[in-house]
Write a protein that binds this ligand. Structure first.
Ligand code: ADP
Ligand code: ZN
Length: 709
């Protein structure tokens, strides 16, 4: 197929099945390449849109099934559910099914009844001998970094995938991952044996995710912050990550006590408890998941509005991957990092014990720089991933609140001097206490209330001091001796400031504000928005919850928030208009359209239904989507005869022009002959053999062809 044909077909399938109007950057090129039979390596951030890169080639292939390798059952189930909801025949074979079901699904794939089949690597490798002649449109290896020992999530099972290319050199392999580093990338290509692959490296920018970082918040402040996020995004959810299981448990309890619908998730819980938490989170019953990083890889929930890190992660790769779970639908989302020097202490220990001490310490250092940055945080992230940036992002705390600089030399001298006079034997909180003249008993026990600088900084608040000291550390005037009870030591650069030969420019301290307060607008009743789009959006969400409950699927499988938002803006009052909404494919339009259109019409003050034409149009849309007539009847919950009558009408109007699948040539001719011959009881005679629906169809075709009046 020439490229332009593939492009056209790809675009039309995108609209028909997914309801999207355009591809994201890079997707179409990958799709063309794989459809053309070439291997590909696709690197895109989490939420970047990797799935379409293999799903569309699977649809474009005339015959054969696409086999997708995935490391987690939850990931497979989620994808399968989403594909089926869009009317794409897909399934997953895994140990969570009984083996009878699995055997049935494999047969379905072999008989050409499936377009996409998910399975684990070890299962696929076992199938290769049996499938020597099966037509396979492509192999997709999802989370491909799992094949590399350099990656952060090595899975030995993936190694066997080297056999794919060896046994089936005719089948293109597409490897997909969000891990960008060069070592892992090269390893994937080598281990899978990809031949001259097309490599797409997408931008790692996720501009819809706002970034912010806060040093040393206390537990009360953290809980208040998260509770405030929960209120700010009432219908949506968020994740709070902690470094340890105990941390996740404890934060979860604090959230519950603050009235937040939270669940807990970590690898120390038994499988049943984990599943309960996951289900509650996915269904929206729980709004917040307080978790360790064990939670997340399988989570493709599009309406996660925020991710809070309770502790600093060990490196920027992990951080960005975890943050990427927010805002996958492209709507505004927030990433908030809480960190403290205690985190750094723990992580330094991890790094030392890791067996890759130097690399890990270096990575931790970069993470610390991010946490403390006073320049655009997104630029730091993107430059870390090797992307050039030319502008500040305008959507991080630094850009939104650019630091006001002032001469902080005197402040620095006070702190440095106090540090010296404690014999460099004070940590951050002790040093602040000394500067503020606190009467803490541990301070007095050490005799720090006797030194000359005791209380010289009483005019500056403790929070302010903590912030400035953190800046002194960033500026290299002081350092934390992790090997000496985290005491602050004055560096040679600090000595120069102390002696008055160097000056210090500081960013002015900005008190932290909870998320609700950060937006300037103050509304009397915060959650009933006056904005009609927001109002309708909220109503559509309620409809989605109801529809999802009835269908027994999570709400985001019905429609993403981005789709509901587009709906709230366009306000489609007819099925035709409904199909224009970004994210509404044909299958979902017919399945769910009624409920949403009704709500929109009610909102607009229109009569409840669009009138008689709707049902016909729905039938047409489904028919064009390749749904069989009995299936249409089932979906619409009407008799097959009703659908036959619709089809007859549509044929007469010239809107359906291929009839082969529901009436044979012989049947058509027999019925038309009889109708032409006429006679009193022609109809009764035909009814002995045919339903009235089929007769109507035959008559419609004949009329359309001018054979009958
Ligand atoms: P990844 O696998 O890279 O993490 P997904 O394939 O799950 O990302 O895609 C993330 C989200 O983006 C999904 O909700 C998906 O429906 C949406 N998406 C992907 N491609 C497009 C597109 N071309 N137009 C609109 N939305 C898209
Ligand atoms: Zn910025």
């Amino acid at each position: 197929m020439p490229d332009s044909t593939i492009r056209r077909q790809a675009l039309s399938l995108l609209k028909q099945f997914y309801g999207f109007n355009s591809f994201r950057a890079g997707q179409l090129e990958v799709i063309e390449t794989v459809s053309g039979g070439r291997d590909a390596l696709v690197i895109m951030p989490t939420g970047g849109g990797k799935s379409l890169c293999y799903q569309l080639p699977a649809l474009l292939a005339g015959e054969g099934v696409a086999i997708v390798v995935s490391p987690l059952i939850s990931l497979m189930q989620d994808q399968t559910q989403a594909l089926q909801a869009n009317g794409i025949p897909a399934a997953a074979v895994h140990s969570g099914n009984d083996e009878g079901t699995n055997a049935e699904l494999i047969r379905a794939a072999e008989n050409g009844r499936l377009k996409i089949l998910y399975m684990s690597p070890e299962r696929l490798v076992l199938m290769l001998d049996r499938w020597k002649r099966l037509k396979i449109s492509l192999f997709a290896v999802d989370e491909a970094h799992c094949i590399s020992q350099w990656g952060h999530d090595f899975r030995p099972d993936y190694i066997a995938l080297a056999r794919l290319k060896a046994e089936r050199p005719d089948v293109p392999v597409i490897a997909l991952t969000a891990t960008a580093d060069r070592l892992t990338r090269d390893d994937i290509v080598a281990r899978l044996g990809l031949s001259n692959p097309y490599v797409h490296i997408g931008s790692f920018d996720r501009p819809n995710i706002s970034l912010a970082s806060f040093a040393n918040p206390g537990m009360r402040e953290r809980v208040r912050f998260v509770a405030s996020l929960a209120r700010k995004y009432p219908g949506d959810s968020g994740i709070a990550y902690s470094l340890s299981r105990a941390g996740a448990e404890s934060f979860h309890k604090h959230l519950l006590a603050a009235g937040v619908r939270s669940v807990c998730y970590h690898a120390g819980m038994d499988a049943a408890a984990r599943k309960r938490s996951l289900d509650a989170f996915l269904s929206g019953k729980a709004q917040v998941c307080s978790a360790t990083v064990a939670f997340g890889m399988g989570i493709d929930k599009s309406n996660i509005r925020w991710v809070v890190h309770n502790n600093m992660p060990g490196n920027i790769e992990s951080y960005y991957q975890e943050v990427g779970r927010a805002g996958r639908d492209g709507l505004p989302a927030e990433a908030i990092l809480f960190h403290s020097y205690a985190d750094v202490l723990t992580l330094t220990r991890f790094a030392e014990e890791s067996g890759r001490r130097d690399i890990n310490q270096e990575k931790l250092k970069r993470m610390e720089e991010y946490a403390h940055a006073r320049v655009c945080r997104r630029r730091i992230l993107l430059s870390y991933f090797g992307e050039e940036t030319h502008r500040d992002c305008g959507n991080c705390d630094v850009c939104l609140n650019p630091p006001v600089r002032f001469d902080g030399t005197v402040l620095a001298q006070k702190a440095l001097s106090a540090a010296m006079r404690t014999g460099q034997g004070a940590g951050i909180s002790m040093l602040v206490a000394v500067l503020r003249g606190s009467m803490r008993s541990d301070l007095r026990a050490l005799g720090f209330d006797k030194i000359k600088t005791f209380g010289v900084g009483v005019d500056v608040s403790a929070a302010e001091w903590a912030d400035y000291i953190s800046q002194f550390i960033q500026l290299g005037l002081m350092e934390i001796a992790y090997d000496d009870a985290s005491h602050l030591k004055v560096t040679p650069a600090g000595m120069r400031v102390l002696r008055g030969v160097a000056t210090v420019s500081l960013a002015r301290y900005e008190p932290r504000q909870a998320p609700e307060k950060r937006k300037k607008k103050k509304e009397a009743v915060p959650h009933v928005s006056a904005d009609p789009v927001q109002q309708l959006f909220a109503q559509l969400k309620a409809v989605r919850t109801e529809v999802a409950r009835k269908a027994g699927v999570p709400p985001y499988i019905v429609f993403s928030d981005a789709t509901l938002m587009d709906m709230a803006v366009r306000r489609p009052a007819t099925l035709d208009d409904f199909l224009e909404v970004n994210g509404v494919g044909e299958k979902k339009a017919v399945r769910y359209g009624d409920s949403f259109i009704k709500a929109i019409r009610r909102f607009e003050g229109l009569s409840a239904s669009e009138g008689a034409g709707v049902s016909l149009k729905q039938t047409l849309v489904l028919f064009n989507a390749g749904v069989t007539l009995p299936e249409i009847a089932e979906i619409k919950n009407v008799k097959l005869g009703t659908i036959h009558n619709h089809v007859a009408t549509l044929i007469e109007k010239g809107m359906i022009t291929s009839y082969g699948t529901f009436i044979s040539r012989r049947e058509y001719e027999e019925i038309v002959q009889a109708l032409k011959a006429g006679g009193d009881s022609v109809y009764d005679r035909l009814r002995e053999k045919y339903t009235s629906g089929i007769i109507a169809i035959a008559r419609a075709i004949a009329r359309r062809n001018g054979v009958l009046q």
